[in-house]
Design a protein. Structure first.
Length: 766
């Protein structure tokens, strides 16, 4: 007899309660019987076995006999019977063998029983694991498929088993096994996974037989490498990778004859032996071109770029065909087609590119639809094609991208319709964005304390994409108010012109004592034009006029001759920037390289004369999955000329703080006065190296090394006289960039210096 003995001990109690609930008097007929929880048998089969149907006499003996009969079947974990007037409700929990795994589904919502009312909500799913030591149980729970569907079925149980096995196989646990048992209860599904992990096996070596090409190339493209876990699941993928590589270099008849794995249980290692039959290597003996009447053969041959004697490579042939079609499309032949014919003679291949040029088309009318506030002139400045130009769909996509860059539209689409003769009319359909923007935020900085900003911007003044903005930025040490204006198309060269006026009031403190070093007020007017010089390369020319008033200067702070009272600084600043980062706020790939020169001269009505050059080189690369290397090199040098000896204090270089040499307080790296206050200097250099790790979800961790120093003058510069720090940081990603907490530890601190410092900020350090 199968079934728990405890269930039988409950029978007397259940039957007593049932008999107490039955009314006395004449025999009562059963009006309806509802059963929930059935999986392996139908309701009709269960009621036949139970011996109770609608119309039968409602008797305790009949129900007692039915319960006993069902338990003797051996398929049920529990059976409960309720009586509501003359309606009999039977709840069953089936016993599920690990080998059988029948479907477990929710009761039908159509059955209005007490059991159904209990399970109207999603059932709770309980998953337990036995025998787990390699992975945390939380890791396994995250991979379970049951929570997506809210139920447990045969398919989802099988999927769970395969998922668990896949995780173990990835770690080299080739003999891992998983058996499951499942139960369905009225308010829950219970799943028990018994896991036998076995031992992890590592690849000791990968050996190729029958291979004449560079074996290291093959090993590089494989995932099963020496020192890696042995995983049987990816053998088929490895065979495909080997085959595809061989075919890419002309071995079209290559065959992977066997993929043998020799296990050494004692050492828990495996040697993989891959036997190959390479076949003959096909090479291109000649390239022919037919059908090109409008574009010269020499031009097309340069597009094909396949040399005679090169291995036949489908990828190279495909790319050559694509380049030919693209070239024709750029010249108005939008219907051009290219078919490639291959003739094989022994190991030689003749490639023939058969071209059907079609008719040349030109741009016809350009129609804009959907613009309500944006004027036509904005579109004519962005859409560069003209009526009569060679029709080019690639240009249209570039124009769509440029329209998006204006920020005026949330949607830009185009359609092409046949125009008059051989012209193509283009219809741009746009959807305008909200042109007024209000932005605000608060934050906290280790040096400046609580801070916040409030911006108001309108980006389509007069319907001409002109922008006007008002920005307020305040903290416990700084107040800055600025009014900005952008003219998107200035002069006949359509260069964007940015102009602004601002007022700033700032207190500079000693970061350790919080004593005031000096205070200043600065009035600024500036204008700049910029232009893209190539892909991702931008040049800019700026003019700045500053009126600086410095007061409350600590006696220990060394001022230049020009710093006393009010100082006029008038300068021009040419700069260039290369930016290939994939994400400006949190890059994982690309470069950010820039250089600028600031020239202040009496010829520009400046009261001080100096030249200052700065440069930076930032590099980002994901070296492993979820691990990014970030490197930054920054330096600068300034020099006064004519009557100016030292740079004004507002133009000097300072280091120390959350974005450069972490571990040191704000501005405290470099020359200091007699009381220890930072003086700044004319020369600086610094290096930052970070390893950025994604830990889980939006949380990350950073390890870093920072170096740098500031010198009074270039003659004092010593690349070996720098401060070194290292540290750890935590990151939490948000929509505006990562929240970060860093601790920098000084490696070569001076006597009486603190060992390090914490920083709280928003955004990456660089």
């Amino acid at each position: 007899m199968r079934g728990k003995p405890d269930n039988f001990f409950l029978l007397p109690f259940l039957l007593t309660m049932l008999l107490v609930a039955m009314p006395a008097g004449a025999a009562i007929k059963v009006s309806a019987v509802t059963v929930s929880g059935l999986q392996s048998v139908s309701e009709e089969e269960f009621l036949y076995m139970f011996g109770l149907n609608a119309g039968d006499e409602l008797s305790g003996n009949r129900i007692r006999a039915g319960i006993r009969s069902a338990f003797l079947k051996g398929s049920f974990e529990d059976i409960k019977v309720y009586v509501e007037d003359t309606h009999v409700v039977i709840e069953v929990i089936e016993r599920v063998d690990s080998q059988q795994q029948p479907d477990l589904i929710k009761p039908s919502d159509a059955k209005k029983t007490r059991a159904n009312r209990k399970t109207k909500k999603d059932k709770k799913i309980n998953v337990r694991f036995n025998g787990v030591s390699v992975f945390s149980k939380d890791t396994l729970l995250q991979e379970m498929p049951f929570y997506d569907t809210g139920s447990v079925t045969t398919d989802s149980v099988n999927e769970a088993v395969q998922t668990i096995l896949s995780l173990y196989h990835q770690g080299g646990y080739i003999n891992a096994t998983v058996t499951t048992r499942t139960w369905q209860r009225p308010d829950s599904y219970d799943v028990l996974c018994d896991i036998d992990e076995g031992d992890a096996y590592e690849i000791a070596d990968v050996v190729f037989e029958g291979c004449t090409i560079d074996k290291d190339k093959l090993k590089e493209l494989m995932s099963l490498k020496k020192g890696q876990p042995l995983n049987y699941d990816i053998i088929e993928d490895e065979e495909d990778a080997i085959t595809q590589y061989y075919q890419s270099i002309g071995f079209y008849d290559v065959n992977v004859d066997s993929f043998d794995i020799k296990i050494t249980p004692k050492n828990k290692t495996a040697i993989i032996t891959i036997k190959l039959t390479e076949g003959a290597q096909l090479k291109v003996s000649r390239v022919n071109i037919t059908g090109n009447n409008r574009i010269g053969t020499e031009t097309i041959m340069s597009l094909i770029a396949i040399e005679e004697g090169a291995p036949l490579d489908d990828t190279s042939v495909f790319n050559a065909r694509a380049r030919i079609i693209s070239h024709y499309n750029k010249n108005g032949y939008s219907d051009a087609t290219v078919k490639v014919q291959t003739n094989v003679e022994d190991t030689s291949v003749i490639l023939t590119f058969n071209i059907e040029e079609g008719k040349p088309y030109v741009f016809g009318k350009t129609i804009i639809s959907g613009n309500k506030r944006t004027k036509w002139k904005v579109f004519t400045g962005t859409i560069t094609h003209k009526s009569g130009d060679a029709f080019n769909t690639i240009k249209l996509y570039e124009e769509v991208k440029d329209l998006y860059k204006t920020g005026l539209f949330t949607s830009v689409d185009f359609s092409v319709v046949d125009g008059f003769g051989q012209s193509k009319d283009v219809v741009f359909e746009v959807k305008e964005a909200n042109h007024g923007v209000i932005d605000y935020g608060v934050g906290y900085g280790e040096y400046e304390g609580l801070r916040g900003f409030f911006d108001v911007k309108y980006i389509n003044l007069g319907g001409m994409n002109r922008q006007i903005s008002l920005r307020t930025k305040v903290s416990s040490l700084n107040q800055k108010y600025s009014l900005g204006y952008i003219e998107p198309r200035f002069t006949s060269y359509s260069l964007p012109l940015s102009s602004s006026i601002s007022f700033e009031k700032r207190e500079e403190l000693d970061a350790n004592t919080r004593n005031v070093r000096y205070q200043l007020e600065k009035y600024t007017a500036s204008s700049s034009v910029e232009r893209y010089l190539g892909n991702n390369i931008k040049g800019q020319l700026s003019y700045e006029f500053n009126l600086v008033k410095t007061w409350d200067v600590s006696p220990d702070v060394e001022l230049s001759r020009d710093d006393t009272g009010t100082l006029v600084i008038s300068s021009i600043v040419p700069s260039v920037l290369l930016d290939t980062r994939n994400n400006p706020s949190n890059p994982t790939d690309g470069f950010l390289v820039g250089a600028s020169v600031k020239l202040a001269s009496g010829l520009l009505l400046s009261q001080t004369n100096f030249i200052k050059t700065t440069g930076n080189f930032n590099y980002y690369r994901e070296v492993f999955k979820d691990v990014t290397l970030a490197l930054s090199l920054r330096s600068g040098v300034g020099q006064g000329w004519l009557q100016t000896v030292d740079l004004p204090i507002v133009e000097r270089f300072f280091l120390g703080g959350s974005t450069n040499v972490r571990g040191y307080a704000q501005d405290t790296v470099g020359p200091k006065g007699s009381k220890g206050y930072p003086q700044g200097g004319n020369v600086f250099t610094m290096t930052n190296i970070e390893m950025r790790f994604k830990v889980v979800g939006d949380f990350g961790m950073v390890t870093f090394v920072d170096t740098g120093n500031v010198w009074n003058d270039f003659k004092d510069f010593n690349p070996f006289d720098v401060k070194y720090t290292t540290g750890l940081g935590l990151r939490y990603m948000t929509a505006i960039g990562p929240l970060r907490v860093d601790y920098g530890h000084k490696l070569n601190k001076a006597k009486d210096e603190s060992p390090g410092r914490f920083y709280f900020s928003i955004g990456q350090a660089f």
